[in-house]
Design a protein around this ligand. Structure first.
Ligand code: UD1
Length: 459
């Protein structure tokens, strides 16, 4: 693997670092977005369906992207990531392997999305270990497996490996009991090479799914999306390499708006599309913040109120309130006036950040899938632990409004989800910095030194 920054995938996924956050002034200014992590990961997986050289544009340099590159290289692809221009080049001409090693599978849950494309390309796949990633709930893959089975795939367990095999993928009428993003994506990708037309009913229609569909259509796939949430995929014989633009990250946009709102700031995000964040924006307005949207829904401007009111919300599949913004939104509610009730309906266990916020002085009570947040005047800096990507953002937001210093451990989650978001926050005025311990301090033995002292250096 190559990339212009010269960093290896391992270096990107540093496990030892932390974020240091100080109480910050009102965030102010204009900020650009990176490409959507959740859109690019699945699009990289979809390139397994093609034979040839593809280029993806607007690719965020987040650690999960490096993991997906590593996965594709294991399968025989070559990759080159220009991290300055955000172009990712992938050549899948000589793909020759259908085994996904356990170590890759454990690092990022998204590696399960290679299953559909590998079944379509080779008729077989062997997956070592269970998917890794965030610690948000059980995150089973039963919808993926049940529906592959309905397409004729024989699934078995061989030691630590999940094995799947099929002579020819069969089209089917598939009903998802819940509109799972990953299951929808995996089934669509497999169905592009199935015999006949596959219908997915109650499919996820998140913008990231639609971005994948656009990429697949460029490859030559025949896919239609109908109301209400039915996706039909007609199998084709061949899919070609593509050039494709990844959509901007609506979750990064939401995170930045929350950070600005928390600090009483005023920011403008020209790349953000209001159509992708409507319910979330409604909740910011209900808190008292002023949202102005540009022509055609493009470009979002936020001017914060200095006396935010608490609002209640319930997460749900798109176009509902995104579960990925629930954690940072909770940090915002911690200092709003009144009581807000946050109901998490997507993941059964996505409130770990609440315990960390309580360490900072927040008043939060958890009752099953509801968090009852009573606004307080101040939070206090503390050492806290992020155990998923969005929790890391929540704790950074809390740190920006807290008195004193906040240390957020679990830096690797931050780096998995965002492309140097700390730099964007700093430019808006935030006092946040990343500390990668194994980069800050590397000890080496200096042979030139007579007394053979150990010396410390920065690299
Ligand atoms: C994706 C996003 C993640 C987001 C989530 C919901 C990526 C890389 N990640 O995750 O950021 O929070 O959508 O918008 O795109 N479920 C099952 N069985 C399955 C699959 C899912 O029970 O086979 C359940 C999950 O446990 C969860 C719910 O369905 O409770 C939604 O999960 P899903 O939409 O599949 O999330 P991901 O695709 O993993």
């Amino acid at each position: 693997m190559n990339n212009k920054s010269g960093k290896s995938a391992q270096a990107q996924n540093n496990n030892n670092g932390y974020l240091k956050v100080e109480q910050s002034p009102a965030l102010t200014g204009e900020v650009l977005l990176s490409g959507a992590k959740n859109a690019v990961l699945v699009t990289i997986a979809s390139l397994v369906l093609t034979k040839g050289k593809s280029i993806l544009h607007n690719v965020p340099a987040s650690a999960d992207v490096f993991e997906m590159m590593e996965l594709l290289m294991c399968l025989g692809a070559t990759t080159f990531f220009d991290t300055e221009q955000h172009h990712l080049f992938v050549d899948t001409t000589y793909l020759n392997n259908w085994i996904v090693p356990a170590e890759i599978m454990r690092k990022t849950r998204t590696s399960i999305l290679a299953m559909g494309p590998l079944l379509a390309r080779f008729g077989k796949v062997r997956i070592g270990g269970l998917p890794g990633g965030d610690a948000i709930g059980k995150r089973p893959i039963d919808y993926h497996l049940k529906n592959f089975a309905k397409m004729g795939v024989i699934i078995s367990q061989e030691g630590d490996f999940l094995c799947a095999e099929v002579d020819a993928l069969q089209a089917a009428r598939l009903v998802l009991e819940y509109p799972s993003v990953g299951a929808t994506e995996n089934i669509i990708m497999a169905a592009t090479r199935a015999q006949g037309a596959t219908k997915i009913i109650n499919a996820a229609c998140e913008p990231e799914v639609l971005n994948l569909i656009a990429a697949l259509q460029k490859m030559g796939a025949k896919i239609t999306v109908e109301v209400p949430a039915t996706i039909t995929v007609e199998g084709v014989d061949n899919l070609q390499a593509i050039e494709h633009e990844i959509i901007f990250d609506r979750l990064e946009a939401g995170s930045l708006l929350i950070a600005a709102a928390a600090t009483g700031g005023e920011i403008y995000i020209p790349d953000a599309s209001a159509d992708l964040l409507d319910v979330f924006l409604l909740k910011l307005e209900e808190m008292g913040h002023t949202i102005t949207v540009g022509e055609g829904g493009q470009g979002i401007h936020l001017k914060s109120t200095q006396s935010p009111r608490a609002v209640s919300l319930k997460t749900g599949p798109y176009p509902g309130f995104p579960t990925d913004l629930q954690a940072p939104m909770m940090a915002l509610q911690c200092v709003a006036e009144g009581i807000s009730i946050i109901e998490e309906t997507v993941f059964e266990n996505r409130f770990h950040h609440a315990h960390e916020l309580v360490k900072m002085g927040a008043h939060i009570k958890i009752e099953h899938n509801k968090a009852i947040v009573t606004g307080v005047k101040h939070l206090c800096g503390a050492e806290v632990v992020a155990n998923d990507i969005r929790a890391s953002m929540a704790l950074v937001v809390a740190g920006m409004v807290a008195h004193g210093t906040t240390t957020v451990l679990g830096l690797h989650h931050w780096k998995r989800g965002y492309d140097a978001l700390e730099n964007k926050l700093q430019r808006l005025g935030a006092r946040v910095s990343v500390h990668e311990q194994n980069h800050d301090q590397i000890w080496f033995f200096d042979e030139r030194s007579k007394d053979k002292n150990l010396r410390k250096t920065d690299t």
